[in-house]
Structures are given as C-alpha cells and as structure tokens.
Design a protein around this ligand. Structure first.
Ligand code: UDX
Ligand code: UDX
Length: 434
C-alpha cells in the first residue's frame, strides 16, 4: 500500500520504517528540514535501537522516502498516519494545534478516498475534530481511524513488530477492513472498536501503568519505615498473574514524553466532563513527591548541601534512549540547584547540547563524557537512570574519585549488602539501610 506518515518523531519514524520494512511504499513527512535532510542521508536524529538500520535498508530498497513537502506526503496515498506531537499546554491539556494543522493540509491535498489514521495520543473526541477540519477543506471521501501506539522508547521497533495488541477504532466498515488487512500478519489480538473507545484505551493504559508505578513507590516508602524490602515485595506481588511483574520497579518515579502529559491530560478530560479523577491526582502527586524524598535522603546523608558538588549518573528519562523530556533526573538536578549544589552529570546517550538548551533546567550542569571523570571532587554519586553500564561499574574507581564513598541509588540497581561490604555509604528506595 502507499502510506504516508506525518511527523518523524519517535512514534512516526518507527511506524514509517517498520511499515516500509513490511513491504509498503512509505513517505515520511516532517516540518523540520534538518531532520528530513539527515533522514535522507540515512541518519536518525535521535537514539533509538534499530531505527537507523531500518532507515538505511529501506532507503536502499527505495521503500521509504522523506519530505518536508506536505503536498507530496498527502497526495495519492491510501493511508495517511498522523504522528505529530501533542505536547502539554500550561494548564495540562493536550495541545492539538499540530494535529489541526496537518488535518487542514490533508484536507487541502487529498484527491481520492484516503484513510487517515491517528497515532498521536489525543483527547477523546479529537477524531471528530480532525474529520470536521478535513470536511471543511474538501469534498473527497475519507475515513478516520484511531490506532493508538504503545511503543516504549528504547524498544520501539521491537514493540511495533511484536505488539501485545492492536487497537483499531473506526466508525467505518470499509476503513476498518483495510486497516485490519494492513495488520493481518501480526499475531497479536486485534481489538476492533469505535473511535472514542480506542482513544480512551490509550489514556487508560498509560494511566494504569503510571498508577502501578506510583503505587509501588508508596509501598516502597512504607517499606523503609517498617523494615521491609521493596524488591522482594515487588517480586512476590508480580508472581500473582492477576498483578503481573511489569512496572513494579520502585524508584524516583516516572518521566518521559508520554506518562506525565497523558496522565494530566486524562485528569483534565475527566474534569471537563465534571468528573474529578481523584486517583489520578494522587498518582501525579506521589510521582512528584518521589523526587523530593530522594533530595531529603541526600540531605540526611550529607547535611547542609550548599556549595557541595554531587554527581548524577543518568539524565535520559529511562535507559536506551537519549530522550530527556520530563526526566526524573532533571527534576532531581533542579532540586539540587535549589539547594545551591554544584552538579556534575554523565549520561551515555543524552545529547549535551539538548541538555544545555533544555528550558526546564534551571542552572549550570557540568557535563562529562566519562562517567568516572564526572565523579571527581564530588561528595556523592546519585544514580537516576538505570543504564546497563551503571550496573557493574568499577567500584574501586568510584571510591577513589569521590570525596566520600557515598551512593544514593534512585533506581535500586546495587545490592545494599554488597555496597556495605565494599565500604560505601549507600541509600536506595524502599530497602533497609545496612
Ligand atoms: C508521539 C505522539 O505524537 C504523541 O501524541 C504521543 O503521546 C507520544 O508520541 P513523539 O513521536 O514522541 O510523539 O513526538 P516527537 O518526537 O515530538 O515528534 C513529533 C514530530 O512531529 C516532530 O519531528 C515534529 O517536527 C513533527 N511535527 C510537529 C510536524 O511535522 N508538523 C507539525 O506541525 C508539528
Ligand atoms: C510509555 C508506554 O509504556 C508506551 O506504551 C506508550 O505508548 C508511550 O509511553 P515510554 O514513555 O517510552 O512508554 O516508557 P516506559 O517504559 O513506559 O517508562 C515510562 C517511565 O516510567 C520511565 O520514566 C521509567 O523510568 C518509569 N518506570 C517504568 C518506573 O519508574 N518503574 C517501572 O517499573 C517502569
């Protein structure tokens, strides 16, 4: 099929390259010229496993092309995927201006029956808005489908190719049949439903996962008070198939481009329908507090923090990505800045320029390209992202470089017993201090 994907961010590009890899003829559009120029040369502007490999392979086969011309992207194709961002407005609502803009362009350019598939996370009812915008621009027949994505950054290609479910929200039998055909070789269940339900499934799934994280974080906080061990609690809870073992890792809370904004957006959607989603409000509050608790622990261990130097390992919001949007590490860094701490930091992938230009970072960060160099003259190491390379470091080197051998582990990647044995002051989340 001839397919276009509008927006070549994490979601759009992964969707585009995977569909090209399955043999479709794909055109990827983005408003950002630099991104498109890089992609045309087979270079991916962000770090995501396997994507570059797929881009190069499909460029060589002429199965994919990249353009900044939305006319080229929306004309003469069977299916147009919308994957532009839906960032959060100041009041927590989803900003739909990018979606509205591309919908208008679709309306101006389609000339024969086209299916418009929305992959971006949008408030319930947005498909109708897209429909109205397109209808105002043209008389051509078209249908809208809601096909939310569940891709996790760091494993997005794997997640696209091996999904646990595919959701097809449609109010048109014809469009639904074509999109079912598109996904016919996938082995997972396909849930066919109406558009509003599909849009809700996305928010409900993300909100539930975030709730699981905030729940386990609260249990971890209580574990610390009663002498229980959160790792064993999570493990044992996860053995119950009704609970499941995923998303039960306690730490400094969730971040990223999806959970924080989607959870707030769902809370706002509920409010706009005069429903106060109490549980979600607590999920957000607990997530925020989790960062504050870590700062209290650092303070308890090091005393007055003013003027002290602390090293942060991990700025990306999770391992295997260079994405720093809404990262817990950034909140931690800002809270340390508030206490007049000098921050050294290292991340295996996060781009130094992005970090320096990040509007949410309130102060100076000394960025290092070597994790051990970053430790020099610091009072403590704080682990904020559980990158694989942090899990078995050279502890002797850490000890030599830090002023005091002190580790605050925000992701529970080390064993408290081992840390004590090798002579570290060590604090983690929801585990007994040894
Ligand atoms: C996606 C979804 O779109 C979002 O709704 C979901 O909640 C998370 O995943 P993501 O792929 O992570 O977002 O977004 P981002 O990396 O910001 O990429 C969006 C792309 O759309 C950018 O490359 C941007 O340049 C492009 N864009 C934006 C356009 O091409 N046109 C616009 O008008 C606006
Ligand atoms: C998420 C959803 O998982 C995906 O389905 C959706 O469509 C896009 O948003 P992503 O944001 O890439 O994916 O990352 P995810 O792996 O879900 O992690 C989100 C955050 O939760 C990270 O900050 C991570 O550190 C945190 N997390 C995750 C925990 O704190 N504990 C856990 O047990 C799991």
């Amino acid at each position: 099929m001839n397919i276009s994907v509008l927006g070549t961010g994490y979601v759009g590009l992964v969707t585009g390259v995977c569909l090209a890899n399955l043999g479709h003829n794909v055109t990827c559009y983005d408003i950002d010229k630099n991104k498109i120029e890089l992609l045309k040369c087979g270079k991916v502007p962000f770090f995501e496993p396997q994507v570059e490999e797929f881009v190069i392979k499909n460029l060589l086969k002429n199965g994919i092309n990249f353009t900044t011309d939305i006319k080229i992207a929306t004309k003469d194709c069977d299916i147009v995927f919308i994957a532009v961002g839906t960032p959060q407005k100041e009041n927590g609502e989803a900003d739909l201006s990018y979606i509205e803009n591309v919908a208008m362009q679709i309306g101006k350019n389609i000339s024969a029956y086209t299916i418009i598939v929305n992959k971006s996370t949008v408030p319930i009812g947005t498909a109708n808005l897209i429909k109205t915008i397109i209808e105002n621009e043209c008389d051509v027949e078209f249908d809208i489908i809601s096909n939310p994505e569940f891709l996790r950054e760091g494993s997005a290609v794997e997640d696209f190719l091996n999904p646990e479910r595919i959701i097809i929200g449609s109010n048109s039998e014809k469009a639904s049949e074509i999109i079912n055909e598109l996904y016919k070789d996938f082995l997972c269940p396909i849930v066919n439903t109406n558009i509003e339900t599909a849009e809700m499934i996305k928010y409900a799934s993300n909100a539930f996962l975030a709730t699981k994280i905030s729940f386990i974080n609260e249990i971890a906080n209580i574990c610390e008070k009663v002498g229980a061990d959160i790792d064993d609690v999570s493990h044992a809870m996860g053995l119950d198939s009704r609970i499941g073992n995923k998303f039960l890792n306690a730490g400094i809370g969730y971040g990223g481009s999806c959970f924080p904004k989607d959870i707030k957006a769902l809370s706002n959607i509920a409010l706009s329908h005069n429903y106060d989603f109490e549980l979600l409000k607590s999920v957000i509050k607990v997530n925020c507090n989790q960062r504050l608790f870590l700062i209290n622990k650092i303070q308890k261990l090091l005393g007055n923090l003013e003027g002290k130097k602390i090293c942060i390992w991990g700025i990306a919001f999770k391992p295997d990505t260079d994405d720093i949007r809404e990262s817990a590490a950034i909140d931690i860094i800002n809270l340390l800045h508030n206490k007049s701490v000098v921050v050294n930091a290292y991340d295996p992938q996060a781009n130094h320029e992005h970090i320096r230009n990040h509007e949410k970072i309130t102060g100076e960060i000394n960025l290092f390209s070597d994790k051990y160099e970053a430790l020099k003259n610091c009072e403590a190491l704080v682990v904020t992202t559980e990158w694989e390379e942090f899990k078995i470091p050279d502890f002797d080197k850490i000890k030599t470089y830090l002023i005091n051998p002190t580790i605050i582990d925000g992701r529970n990647i080390y064993s408290p017993i081992k840390m004590k044995k090798i002579g570290f002051k060590y604090i983690s989340i929801g585990r007994k201090e040894i």
